[in-house]
Design a binder for this molecule. Structure first.
Ligand code: PZK
Length: 282
């Protein structure tokens, strides 16, 4: 393995390719929960691939294919074969709404910003939090030309994605993107994109400015953890296993986000080919 995040793993394939595997793990309040959400990895992988396709006239991306057998059955449908890039060490965030960050005077959680803004952060190690970067700090890290290209591409991608989400009744409040540089020096969109794990989607019908909004999928798990499970998240003790109905409700929300955005049901998991020899015909 080349590396792992809280809920994803990265494997080397050859000099030019990697396998980016989305697990069924879920994180909340900085913990990886002890219970998996069936199909979550396939939903995030299929949704990323759908977005890469929607955005391919805005930005080049690293996706080669969604890996199918001969990758092992356990990862089929939740692994992306990607081009290996030189990753840019900046998390590129675009936001059109205020959420989960410090708010200045006259603005409140849930408010729409006058125009979308670029709010880059550091890429923190596991267990650390990403720290905000000023634009000048991005310039100092990657140079002025690349910093400006990152801001311009990030806002272009956000604008297109938010417009598509709006046609499906969803507000894309913010999104976090990662870019890399390909062999020919061009800027390429990497990682997973525009999933509920990297983006805040809100129901447009339920949106009210000036108050916290319910995020599409994880709010349900967070509410159960904090209001019903008896777990004290300030205690330092790990969160409990999720009951079956909370697993089912969370899975249903991930699937609903996929279906709302793409207009299609999640395709079934790829089947392993049956390599046994046929019985001789009579
Ligand atoms: C790359 N990550 C983050 C994601 C992890 C770590 N196309 C690429 N080429 C080279 N490196 C990366 C990518 C991509 N995407 C991505 N780190 C390196 C990451 C998932 C699991 F452990």
């Amino acid at each position: 393995m080349l590396g792992s995040g809280k809920v994803r793993d990265l494997y080397a394939v050859d000099d030019a390719h990697l396998l980016l595997v989305a697990s069924d793990r879920i994180s909340a309040y900085d913990w990886v929960l002890p219970t998996e959400i069936p199909d979550k990895g396939r939903v995030l992988t299929a949704l990323s691939a759908w977005w890469f396709d929607q955005l391919d006239d805005v930005v080049a991306n690293h996706l080669v294919s969604i890996a199918t057998p001969p990758v092992p059955a356990e990862v089929a449908g939740r692994a992306m074969l990607v081009r290996r890039l030189q990753m840019v060490p900046v998390e590129c965030v675009a936001r059109g709404y205020i959420a989960g960050s410090a708010v200045g005077p006259g603005a409140a959680e849930g408010d729409k910003l006058p125009e979308p803004i670029f709010t880059p952060t550091t890429k923190a190690a596991i267990g650390q939090h990403d720290q905000p970067l000023t634009f000048d700090e991005v310039v100092a890290t990657v140079g002025a030309d690349l910093a400006e290209a990152l801001r311009e591409r990030t806002l272009a991608i956000y604008g297109r994605a938010a417009a598509i989400a709006a046609t499906r009744g969803l507000i894309l409040a913010d999104t976090k993107l990662e870019f890399g540089i390909s062999g020919d020096g061009s800027l390429v969109l990497g990682d997973e994109v525009l999933t509920p794990d990297s983006s805040r989607y809100w129901s447009a019908a339920d949106w009210k400015p000036g108050q916290p909004q319910s995020s599409y999928d994880k709010q349900y798990v967070r509410n159960w953890l904090v209001e019903e499970s008896g777990w004290d998240r300030t205690s330092g003790s790990p969160p409990p296993e999720l009951p079956a109905d909370v697993v089912a409700g969370t899975r249903a929300r991930y699937l609903a986000a996929y279906e709302l955005l793409t207009g299609s049901a999640l395709p079934p998991a790829p089947q392993m080919p049956d390599l046994r020899r046929r019985s001789p015909s009579p």
